[in-house]
Design a protein around this ligand. Structure first.
Ligand code: PHE
Length: 444
């Protein structure tokens, strides 16, 4: 099938940067810091690293293989002469999970964007430290504010996706990724100069082995590895579908996993020294980035600018991830011949609407709860905890057991022995780990 020139990455670097853009997001900064904070820091980091290398990376390569093999979207990715038609359902499911995650991801990204703007215009820096927790609560409780920022963020996302693969997504990633890398390094460098920073480093790097006995740790680490890499949502399949030459998929996957993990570690080196230097609690949960850190920014030297930098980092990282999520359904529709810009607007409008309950769930609808979870938490639980491993299992089963063995091995682009090791992980270790994940989730 002929593709127009705008429908592919300009080259390998563009592909890797865009995939890193999809991987680096709220997950690396907002989610990583509080999950690591709640799960003992250094030990979590260790188990997380193992999960990335042993399971996340092989799954990521599987997705690259799936997309690249068909040079197409998630629906094509699950079709093969040997596969029953029902496998296409896997593609539909992946697109659905991406859509669902986008709906509330954009709500949280909207909070980050609003915080960036409020640091920039001086409203937040003007508040005394004590007022900041209430400022966050009032903001998310407002009936309109979160909706407004959710809409604005979704609009930005749409603009990038509507502009296309090379001219939209790749270009945004080429500009934003180096800026983000430089910024997170500067932030960490600054944080490390704070008195008391060493306790933050110890929290992140000196393990307390007793935490290994908590099953919740493994659940958290595997879940975080998947979410942060951006696998099991069709994103990496879709992005690999725009690759022109397949040879070096494995090293591309390794680059993406390394970049994503390194980014999270450096973000942790920025966040935990700040948290500890000012005597705050690292196990503060999802509000860490929006309540704990601003309280520190209020009292630290140059804090207002650190706030601007931090929330720019968070918003921009979220943008390239939201873009990758929106591209999953858009790619399908565009292949079916519908105009890209129109479908981008339509799916974004749909995801915006689907995100409305999440946005209101911290405000007017805050009484609504399911098994003790608010609306946003419930959608997050459904999509990121339950459906995500399900899609992950489907991906590895397809690559491991449905595609002919020789085809999977050769598509991986790995040397023979490594490719067999990879396929063994894809066939056995990865599905077992993900089933164990679901079982622990259900009964743990
Ligand atoms: N990986 C992104 C993050 O860390 C989130 C994401 C999930 C992006 C799924 C794409 C697909 O925030």
């Amino acid at each position: 099938m002929e593709r127009s020139a705008g429908d592919a990455w300009t080259g390998r670097a563009g592909f890797i940067l865009a995939a890193i853009g999809g991987a680096i997001g709220l997950g690396n900064i907002w989610r990583f810091s509080y999950v690591a904070g709640e799960n003992g820091g250094a030990v979590f980091l260790l188990v997380y690293g193992l999960c990335v290398v042993l399971i996340g990376l092989p799954v990521l390569l599987s997705e690259f293989v799936l997309g690249c093999r068909v040079r197409g979207d998630v629906l094509l990715a699950f079709s093969h002469p040997r596969a029953a038609r029902a496998w296409r359902g896997a593609g539909v499911l992946a697109a659905l999970v991406a859509f669902l995650i986008l709906s509330y991801y954009s709500v949280i990204a909207g909070w980050a964007f609003r915080y960036f703007v409020s640091y920039l215009d001086g409203t937040l820096p003007a508040l005394p430290r004590e007022a900041l927790p209430a400022a966050f609560r009032d903001f998310v409780a407002d009936p309109l504010q979160p909706l407004f920022w959710h809409a604005l963020f979704m609009t930005l996302t749409t603009v990038v996706v509507a502009a296309g693969i090379a001219r939209g997504i790749e270009r945004a990633s080429r500009i934003l990724m180096p800026v983000l890398a430089a910024m997170v390094i500067l932030l960490a460098g600054y944080a490390l100069t704070l008195p008391g920073a060493s306790r933050g480093l110890a929290f992140l790097f000196a393990p307390d082995w007793s935490a290994l006995a908590t099953p919740r740790l493994y659940l958290a680490a595997l879940g975080q590895a998947f979410f942060s890499l951006g696998v099991a949502m069709g994103v990496m399949i879709t992005y690999a579908g725009y690759v022109r030459s397949p040879e070096r998929l494995a090293s591309s996957a390794a680059a993406v996993a390394a970049g994503d993990t390194l980014f999270a570690v450096v973000a942790g080196m920025a966040i935990f020294p700040i948290v500890f230097a000012f005597g705050m609690d690292p196990a503060f949960g999802p509000a860490l980035a929006f309540v704990t850190l601003p309280q520190v920014f209020a009292v630290m030297p140059g804090g207002a600018w650190v706030g601007v930098a931090f929330f720019f980092l968070l918003s921009a990282a979220a943008l390239t991830s939201a873009v990758s999520l929106l591209e999953v359904p858009v790619a399908i529709a565009a292949r079916l011949g519908l105009p890209r810009a129109t479908v981008a607007v339509a799916f974004a409008a749909g995801a915006f609407a689907a995100g409305i309950p999440s946005a209101l769930g911290t405000g007017p609808w805050r009484e609504v709860s399911f098994a003790g979870r608010g609306i946003l938490e419930t959608v997050d639980f459904l999509a990121a905890d339950l459906l995500l491993p399900v899609v992950g299992i489907v991906v590895v089963l397809f690559v491991g057991w449905v595609l002919p063995r020789e085809e999977s091995l050769s598509q991986s682009g790995l040397p023979p022995r490594l490719s067999r090791a990879w396929l063994a992980v894809v066939r056995y270790l990865a599905p077992v780990a993900m089933v164990a994940f679901l079982v622990t989730l259900a009964f743990g």
